[in-house]
Design a protein around this ligand. Structure first.
Ligand code: IPM
Ligand code: MG
Length: 364
């Protein structure tokens, strides 16, 4: 029997309650697919600040290092918002995890299910029938990590500096991920940049154009990021895969998530360089945050966390058939009319976090 070690980092807010449902579904996968999961829980984010004095304790890193994959909930909340920025859970846990494990490739599918288009804030005529766009975001370069980075007093003024830097090799490796993703989908890749202003983007566009002939079955288009922000709202169905550097991808992936209307349904994968025996080491987390306003009430949508467990099976553990089963079970439960509050509409059945998780495990 194949056995996997999973580091489970539930974090704060709704993290633990939606994680419980993902683990429930994985337990159903174990039975159904003859796999075995060894779950090791570790503290991260605000809870780790409270208990261990830091957002990413060494013990948590050790558990992650020993794992085949990291299943992550979410971190942060009002309790820790008054801490200095560098100490806040989001920055002090998520960014070091990405850097430590070299998680350079962030896959954020933005899927608007045909039955859930009512939840989108965009006009029905634009989203009718749903859409499926994959955002590939570079995750360990650009303004987030470039040096120098500081804020200091200079000649009676305060100066803050962030540095945007990309090496060609960093652009190449994420480009290959995006081209390959497009090959497995509708074979259209839109690369995002700001090549009319930024040197980084000139190199980005040049590198993408150079690599394109290696993927003759994929059409490549380039869009300036400001124009992309408009086109995504005007015609989301016109996109297949979009590729962006770190900050542009951060912004556009939130825009995409909002257009789908159901942030609580969107998973993500952050993949590293190292190819393991099964796939790529990675961290898998919902695209949404800790939702402190509804935390502890048992009403959060667990589907993003459950689909993140599916992405883990697909990309890190080399079990695509099991991932397909999870995706299909989620679809079946949506089709059956079960809805958490965030995606509820007249004529469907409102359920809580646990009922949704149980229904999906059952459907498996
Ligand atoms: C995200 C988040 C993070 C980011 C924050 C919490 C540091 O917005 O994963 O998109 O900016 O990458
Ligand atoms: Mg973001």
């Amino acid at each position: 029997m194949k056995s996997f070690n999973i580091a489970v980092l539930s974090g704060d807010g709704i993290g633990p309650e939606v994680m419980a449902e993902a683990l429930r579904v994985l337990a159903a996968v174990e039975k159904k697919c003859g796999l075995q999961f060894q779950f090791t829980e570790a503290r991260v984010g605000g809870i780790a600040i409270d208990v261990d004095g830091e957002a990413l304790p060494e013990e948590t890193l050790r558990i992650c290092r020993a794992a085949d994959a990291i299943l992550f909930g979410s971190v942060g909340g009002p309790k820790w918002e008054s801490l200095p920025p560098q100490k806040q859970p989001e920055r002090a846990a998520l960014l070091p995890l990405r850097k430590h494990f070299g998680l350079f490739a962030n896959l954020r599918p933005a899927i608007c299910f045909p039955k859930l288009t009512h939840a989108s804030p965009v006009k029905e005529s634009i989203v009718s029938g749903g859409f499926d766009v994959l955002c590939v975001r570079e995750l360990t370069g650009g303004l987030y990590f470039g040096q120098p980075k500081y804020s200091r007093e200079e000649n009676g003024d305060t100066v803050a500096v962030d540095t945007m830097v990309y090496k060609k090799s960093e652009i190449e490796r994420i480009a290959h991920i995006a081209f390959k993703a497009a090959q497995g989908r509708n074979k259209h890749l839109t690369s995002i940049d700001k090549a009319n202003v930024l040197e980084n983007s000139v190199l980005w566009r040049k590198t993408l154009t150079e690599i394109a002939p290696q993927y003759p079955d994929v059409t490549l288009a380039h869009l300036y990021v400001d124009n992309a922000a408009m086109q995504l709202i005007k015609n989301p169905k016109g996109f297949d895969v979009i590729l962006a550097e770190n900050l542009f991808g951060d912004i556009l992936s939130d825009e995409m998530a909002m257009i789908t209307g159901s942030l609580g349904m969107l998973p993500s994968a952050s993949l590293g360089l190292s190819e393991t025996a099964h796939g790529r080491f990675g961290l898998f987390e919902p695209s949404g945050g800790t939702a402190p306003d509804i935390a502890g009430k048992g009403i959060a949508n667990p589907i993003a966390q459950i689909l993140s467990a599916g992405m883990m099976l697909r990309y890190a553990l080399g079990e695509p058939a099991a991932a397909d089963l999870i995706d299909a079970a989620v679809l079946r439960v949506i089709d059956s009319g079960l809805r958490t509050g965030d995606i509820w509409s007249e004529g469907t059945q409102r359920v809580g976090t646990r009922e949704m998780g149980e229904a999906i495990a059952q459907a498996l």
